[in-house]
Design a protein around this ligand. Structure first.
Ligand SMILES: Cc1cc2nc3c(=O)[nH]c(=O)nc-3n(C[C@H](O)[C@H](O)[C@H](O)COP(=O)(O)OP(=O)(O)OC[C@H]3O[C@@H](n4cnc5c(N)ncnc54)[C@H](O)[C@@H]3O)c2cc1C
Length: 601
């Protein structure tokens, strides 16, 4: 039976010591995030995740969701009771707007809570997970009437939200959407069409479900420029806020899938369902992007989540399982064999995982701070700067974070040898659950193209130049510190590789756009390495200062410095190989015609 302990010490280290959240207390909402409150939220949510959500994770996977004859869906045993507890504790409202009942605390705290919940139970976390994004989209673009009618109950998680983009013929390319929206005399729209793969499209956790649906109005351009966004409740809401008739939207079936069995992935049939336009006609994609950007950050956290829990269980197993002897001679001569922890190859996997998970935690919490600064920084210039950086790092957090998150979960399964492949240990579930994060919310190939095709060239490269400036400044400062200089020098080399790859794109992508497409995935990984390297430099800086001050918890800070060294030794050099791949261009990748891919018997 796998176990989970929420890494609250590490989260508190990053929030309090690395990000120094207290230093932002002049920003709205931050004044209530005092060190005591931060510690309480992190510790209590960690307890809830470990004690309530983790124990129903394995059973939820075995049981899955059931679609009943009337189209309703029953979630696995224990999910409803856990969800009620989740709502009572207010875990879903931490950083939602106060005017509609949220707690308006920093997203840094909201994201930390999201990590623990996703890690303890990925499937459970996905039910409330998309609601925050739906709230953001309605809040930013919906009419005052829609906001007043739906947001308070959505923020309270009394009603959950969903995101409906995908159709059978339309995945990445949203211009292919066929769902129709016919205007009605009362100002509403009749929505007709089929959406597939809708996470939490139907369930028994809440009395109502608020679907955000992309559809086309009559005569709209037949492309992504002709898409509008609609709010379609499962149960219609009367003017006095009470629930009315059932709307004409049904779950047609639930998908049988590789992982996240506890989350209902639904085919949703809209049969003239009543919906209301959110934002302007034909501008639905921009409104939906507000939801998608929030969801992409959430999926990046999922990348960390499954690798974290897999890592914790692999560490425990490696200390317990005895096979062979240490290469340097018996570590435990009294026993017949040493724990596998002594083998450098096992240590390689565990250190890779430790360096990745702790680095990713610092990465997503930095992104969360940027989300806060985008809205709350005191000057327009600071808000714009945070927005620029956040836009650039979002595809990296999602794409690199979930690619490496999956690799890490697989490596942690490897630590178990054959036992990792057997269900009862739980490791194969972590691998299956981790896999989806690379696919949904825009596949990682699409994240790479978003980064290289849109974010790099936008505003004349302003975002990446800002990113380089942040890295340069921190590297230069660290080079002046004897303890940090060796780390900074290694990170500087990786940064140079990223700068060179950026320049190569500038010089070669215009002439042949396939050069960009052929290198985008590698570029996203170089930037992931550099960003995690930056996080490790920041963590090492704080940790070595604490050690110099003779702080308590010496072992924690020493481990931080040692893991930073490992990251610079073992992750950072990959940036050079990736750059060299990029610089070969698209020629050999695109050389063969389609016929050459046929298998000859
Ligand atoms: C379990 C699960 C839950 C989901 N939840 C939701 C949900 O809640 N709401 C929702 O709307 N959707 C949801 N999805 C759908 C998901 O977002 C899509 O599957 C995903 O966006 C990819 O679309 P597709 O499957 O049609 O693949 P395709 O778009 O057909 O892509 C196939 C392959 O081609 C590549 N590709 C496609 N276009 C390009 C391009 N322009 N450049 C480079 N490569 C490209 C892709 O990277 C991929 O490798 C979910 C899917 C699953 C499996």
């Amino acid at each position: 039976m796998p176990t989970y302990t929420a890494p609250t010490r590490d989260a508190r280290f990053i929030v309090n010591e690395v990000l120094d959240l207290a230093s932002y207390s002049n920003l709205p909402g931050f004044e209530s995030a005092t060190p005591d409150i931060i510690d309480t939220v992190i510790n209590e949510c960690g307890k809830f995740a470990a004690e309530v959500l983790q124990p129903i994770n394995q059973q939820g996977d075995a049981e899955g969701c059931t679609r009943n004859a009337d189209g309703s869906v029953t979630t696995p045993s224990g999910f409803k009771a856990a969800f009620d507890q989740y709502c009572e504790s207010g875990w879903g409202t931490i950083s939602s707007p106060e005017e509609f009942g949220g707690q308006a605390m920093p997203h840094v705290l909201g994201f930390a809570v999201e990590e623990f919940i996703s890690t303890a139970n990925h499937s459970f976390g996905m039910y409330p997970g998309l609601t925050n994004g739906a709230v953001n989209a309605i809040y930013a673009t919906g009419s005052e009437e829609l906001k007043a009618k739906y947001l308070p109950n959505m923020i309270a998680n009394k009603w959950l939200g969903t995101m409906n983009l995908t159709e059978p013929q339309c995945g990445t390319d949203l211009g292919l959407i066929r769902t129709k929206a016919e205007p009605q005399a009362d100002g509403s729209y009749a929505i007709t069409g089929t959406k597939i793969f809708i996470s939490a499209g139907e369930h028994d956790l809440t009395e109502n479900i608020i679907h955000l649906v992309l559809a086309k109005t009559p005569g709209a351009p037949d492309s992504s420029k002709g898409i509008s966004l609609f709010l379609v409740p499962k149960v219609l809401v009367n003017d006095d806020g009470s629930l009315g008739e059932r709307n004409a939207v049904q779950c047609g079936s639930i998908e049988h899938k590789m992982g996240i069995h506890g989350n209902a992935t639904c085919v949703m049939n809209y049969d003239g369902a009543k919906g209301w336009m959110v934002g302007e006609e034909n501008k639905g994609l921009a409104a939906m992007f507000i939801m998608m950007n929030a969801a992409r950050l959430g999926v990046g956290i999922q990348g960390l989540a499954q690798s974290e829990v897999a890592y914790q269980n692999a560490v425990a197993y490696a200390k317990d399982r005895r096979q062979g002897r240490a290469l340097t001679g018996p570590a435990d001569p009294e026993a017949k064999a040493d724990p596998i922890f002594v083998h450098p190859d096992v240590r390689r996997m565990l250190m890779d995982a430790k360096a990745f998970t702790e680095g990713m935690r610092a990465f997503y919490l930095w992104a969360a701070l940027l989300v806060d600064l985008t809205h709350k920084a005191p000057t327009e210039e600071e808000r714009a700067e945070a927005d620029l950086l956040l836009g650039l790092i979002t595809p990296v957090l999602k794409g690199y974070g979930t690619d490496k998150g999956f690799d890490t979960a697989v490596n942690m399964q490897q630590v178990f040898g054959g036992h990792g492949y057997i269900k009862e240990w739980g490791m194969e579930q972590f691998v299956r659950d981790a896999r989806i994060a690379q696919i949904y919310e825009g596949t990682n190939g699409v994240q790479a193209m978003d980064l290289c095709g849109r974010k790099l060239p936008a505003k004349g490269g302003a975002a990446v130049q800002k990113f380089f400036a942040v890295c340069d400044e921190e590297i230069a400062a660290a080079k002046g510190d004897e303890a940090l200089a060796p780390l900074a020098e290694k990170l500087d080399r990786a940064l140079s590789e990223q700068k060179a790859a950026t320049m190569w794109f500038m010089q070669n992508a215009m002439a042949n756009p396939n050069n960009l497409g052929a290198g985008a995935h590698h570029y996203m990984h170089i930037m992931g390495i550099v960003t995690l390297g930056l996080m490790w430099l920041r963590m090492a800086k704080v940790a070595s200062a604490k050690l110099a001050d003779g702080a308590d918890d010496k072992a924690f800070y020493e481990a931080k410095v040692a893991t930073a060294r490992y990251f610079m030794d073992r992750y950072v050099p990959d940036a050079g190989a990736l750059r060299r791949k990029i610089e070969t261009g698209a020629e050999s990748m695109m050389a063969l015609d389609e016929a050459a891919f046929e298998t000859a018997a």
